[in-house]
Ligand binder design. Structure first.
Ligand SMILES: [Ca+2]
Length: 94
């Protein structure tokens, strides 16, 4: 049974990923995605890539809001994240 109330989007940073995508180092503590608004989610995902090609990794967070009626997908980009997963510039949204 789903918990009542607003959901939260959370992610963790894993250290020293190997070629299989497994963390060989430690896992950092959970961090909240700012301004997560959904009360029901159909799914979510997170990826890291250098979208602008400036040599700094960007964090992309994707989610599906699942209210009564039609679902809606959304994503946010945290630009140029540091080693802790925090953006160095204001995050963009879509
Ligand atoms: Ca970048």
């Amino acid at each position: 049974m789903a918990r009542k109330g607003q959901n939260r989007g959370l992610f963790r940073v894993a250290r020293d990923m190997d070629g299989e995508g497994l963390a060989t180092g430690r896992w950092e503590w959970w961090q909240a995605v700012p301004d997560w608004f959904s009360w029901e989610n159909q799914g979510a995902g997170v990826a890291v890539a250098d979208l602008a090609g400036n040599g700094k990794q960007d964090l992309v967070v994707f989610g599906i809001d699942a209210p009564p009626g039609q679902n809606q997908a959304f994503f946010r980009v945290a630009n140029d994240i540091d080693a802790e997963g925090r953006p160095s510039t204001r995050a963009s949204r879509s």
